[in-house]
Ligand binder design. Structure first.
Ligand code: NAI
Length: 478
């Protein structure tokens, strides 16, 4: 059956399929979900548009959604994060061949331009039969933003002038909306009206959703998957503990032991990053704006100070804040020769790349894709990873399967919840109930040989819980 898609090279599908097969074994939560719901097909009728890094692990997520009955179209939520063999394998599907692809439409390849990125997102939201999706699965909120801004501008009857955009990213985004508006000035309003809800993967996307909810502009219900305990306390932390040094190693192969590494932000991601660099023998320094997280970092044994204090002496800088302008062009100009600069937060505005490029006389030298030496007029240089975009997906392959199985099992459960119990989730931002969070954890215990202690009835009564859970009140922080 012919269908539309755009990936780098379908001949990579066989390699992708082999890695997907290995990943399935490492993703017990997703496979258990297939076993539990595969025959009931609770997602029959769901038309899910997904915008999430197109990796091998995501391929297992996509094929789980399909097995549960959904129709799916997919894009990556970052221009560098696609694994082309995974994208090819998803398009070809388990039963197809490169000449006869039978899988899922994917619009993603490693190294998209910004124009291509937004084109892909538009394609995945535009179903060929003219009907749009009825569900979004988002990571960072770009797909949700496209639908919301599109509908908002259609209501206003005008799209802002791209020349007024405060970033290149937003300029390209507005260009796309201008084109959409000229072709069909009701497109996004119609798509928004059909969407039952969105399930959001990450801290940054969740911030955007709560902001829209506060402003009263959120158009459909959302489930905040990030704040399932089995997501943010695992993927953000242990995932980054694995994939941060993986990215730095693949990009630079510099010995981390003995170096001074600065981690900006000591939230879930920062905690994993600091741990990971310390594990390699780096002396880690943390910067924070929140006294609680700063105190945590200090008690975990890290020096906590400001970036200004250490910018001239540290060797490796990693931003993990989800905030903007954390490392400025002036900071980079003051760093020592061949200092490594990378971001593991969601968007590239944590590092002022535009400011760096605007320094008179600065020279950008490509060492290899996603690794650039920026040479200053005085001859010294810094090495910037993934052009300031998340380095663990740009320079390496993101988090490993086992931790993503936790995140993605939450995603599948959240999709089932929103699609099948739409009435129980009014427009607003929701988190999954704790018993489902505990269920996700439970699905991953056997694979690690974990034996749980069973509460007796007397003990359960004594601490005031049901012996079958949930075991903690909602305000417990883990
Ligand atoms: P979080 O909110 O737990 O932590 C961020 C921390 O940064 C907070 O403690 C905050 O106080 C601190 N911070 C904010 N501005 C700062 C500044 N100017 N200087 C120093 N510290 C500052 O968020 P989380 O979950 O750790 O996520 C951080 C970012 O990483 C988000 O953008 C999130 O979407 C992204 N993320 C990336 C992943 C990846 O694989 N690359 C995985 C999961 C999340």
């Amino acid at each position: 059956m012919a269908f539309d898609f755009k990936v780098a090279d379908l001949s990579l599908a066989e390699f992708g399929r082999k890695e997907i097969r290995l990943a399935e074994h490492e993703m017990p939560g997703l496979m258990a979900t297939r076993a539990e719901f595969g025959s009931a097909k609770p997602l029959r009728g769901a038309r899910i548009m997904g915008s999430l890094h197109m990796t091998v692990q995501t391929a297992v997520l996509i094929e789980t959604l399909v097995e549960l009955g959904a129709e799916v179209r997919w894009v990556s939520c970052n221009i560098f994060s696609t694994q082309d063999h995974a994208a090819a394998a998803v398009v070809v599907g388990p039963d197809g061949t490169p000449d006869d692809p039978r899988g899922v439409p994917v619009f993603a390849w490693k190294g998209e331009t910004l124009e291509e990125y937004w084109w892909c997102t538009d394609q995945a939201l535009t179903w060929p039969d003219g009907e749009g999706p009825n569900m979004i699965l988002d990571d960072g909120g770009d797909a949700t933003m496209l639908v919301h801004k599109g509908a908002q501008y259609e209501k206003a009857g005008t799209v802002p002038d791209p020349a007024t955009a405060d970033s290149e990213e937003f300029r390209v985004f507005l260009e796309l909306l201008h084109k959409n508006f000229a072709e069909d000035s009701g497109k996004w309003t119609r798509i928004a009206a059909r969407i039952k809800g969105v399930t959001e993967e990450t801290t940054t996307g969740v911030h955007r959703l709560y902001e829209m909810d506060r402003e009263g502009t959120l158009l459909f219900p959302a489930i905040n998957v990030n704040d399932s305990v089995t997501k943010s306390k695992f993927d953000n932390r242990y995932g980054c503990r694995h994939s941060l040094v993986d990215g730095i190693n693949r990009a630079t192969d510099v010995l981390i032991g003995g170096k001074v590494a600065v981690v900006a932000g000591y939230g879930d991601v920062g905690k994993g990053c600091a741990d990971s660099l310390r594990g390699q023998g780096a002396r880690v320094i943390v910067t924070e704006i929140d006294p609680i997280c700063a105190l945590q970092a200090a008690m975990d044994g890290y020096q906590v100070t400001t970036l200004d204090d250490v910018v001239e002496t540290a060797d490796i800088f990693v931003t993990a804040t989800g905030n903007r302008d954390v490392i400025t062009a002036d900071h980079m100009a003051r760093m020592k020769h061949q200092a490594i600069v990378g971001n593991i937060g969601h968007f590239d505005n944590e590092i002022d790349m535009a400011g760096l490029a605007a320094i008179p006389g600065v020279e950008k030298i490509e060492i290899k894709p996603q690794v650039h030496e920026w040479r200053f007029p005085d001859g010294h240089s810094v090495i910037v990873l993934s052009e300031g975009r998340l380095l663990n997906l740009g320079n390496a392959t993101g988090h490993p399967s086992f931790v993503m199985s936790n995140s993605f099992t939450n995603q599948v459960i959240a999709q089932i919840e929103l699609f099948t119990k739409t009435d129980e989730y009014p427009t607003g931002v929701h988190v999954l109930p704790k018993h489902l969070d505990e269920k996700v954890a439970r699905l991953h215990l056997d694979a690690l040989g974990v034996k749980l202690t069973q509460l007796t009835k007397k003990q359960a009564d004594y601490i005031g819980v049901d012996a079958a859970g949930p075991y903690k009140p909602d305000h417990y922080r883990y």
